[in-house]
Design a protein around this ligand. Sequence first.
Ligand SMILES: C[S@@+](CC[C@H](N)C(=O)[O-])C[C@H]1O[C@@H](n2cnc3c(N)ncnc32)[C@H](O)[C@@H]1O
Length: 334
Amino acid sequence: MERSLYEPNLGYYERTPKNIGRTGDFYTSVSVGPLFGDLVAFHIGPYLERLGSSDSVRIVEIGAHEGRLASDILHALDRYSGSSTLDFRYLIIEPSKTRRAWQALTLQPFQGRVEWQESLPDSLHGVILSNELLDAFPVERWRWSAAQRRWIQLGVDWDGTSFHWANLQTQAPAHWDLPDSLTQILPDGFVREDNPTARRWWNQAAQSLKAGLLLTCDYGSTPDALLDPYRPQGSLRGYRRHQHVESLLETPGDIDLTANVDFSSLRLVGEHAGLNTVFNDFQRNFLMTIFAQTVNKSDLFGPWTAARTKAFQTLTHPQHLGHAFRTLIQERRI
Ligand SMILES: C[S@@+](CC[C@H](N)C(=O)[O-])C[C@H]1O[C@@H](n2cnc3c(N)ncnc32)[C@H](O)[C@@H]1O
């Protein structure tokens, strides 16, 4: 998954910025239009002001892809601030030179206000945010062997003509031990994923945050959903032209690969690192809360035009993006 998505020049996220949106392979909340950025900016703007507009306060984004969300947020903050100078610097954490070039192009109008780093700094004040970042981190895939009563990790092998799944010899984490009542009925071949990279990343982000918010929106599940009877093959899936692909291994680099994020684990990791959880729920409820605030402050937010209303429905309606996404916000108070 790592190489299929990120191999320089060949990986799915290295080749073109145009794989998201109507003419691409899948939608994100950002590709629906500027409304998502408008709402996020409306939420974090006052928060940043309270933190103080000292030189060290930043909006930090990871997984910025083409820079669209950054552009939407900066445009919105400029509109909300009117003539006063709400002049926060925007930091993008981007290890890929290719994607940094795409972002620099999109963010040309904000030259001088956006900066880039390859990895998270040790100390940050502000808001660290990401949209659909963690679902694009490489996951481990584990299959239940009913005969052996244990989880077997799956790797990917090459037989000279094609890729195929292969059993690895790794030991499953001890905390995955299941009660006998469950192992007796768990079907052979049941698959679950684990995303240790996401937990490590969340811990690193939490440690680096000295004051402010750590916010992510993504495809979400809870620990119970990791053993979801409706997903016996796990949540790892591939998209091409807005369709699920049959075989995840057939055309590496050519399809998007994604897996649901275990928000409960992230919450625990953040709390262990000293953060308070301020929101952990469906993304539609996060957006609804902000919507309610915009109604009282329409002079600031601007009118709810037909285009905005339609985009809001797409973001929140359960038959569109309102069903699958969750938002987690954790805070370190000063
Ligand atoms: C599903 S796309 C989401 C793009 C964008 N945030 C949006 O919502 O439209 C995931 C993005 O995360 C990026 N990504 C994955 N791992 C990353 C990492 N460690 N650092 C920075 N970006 C990363 C990928 O390159 C890709 O651009």
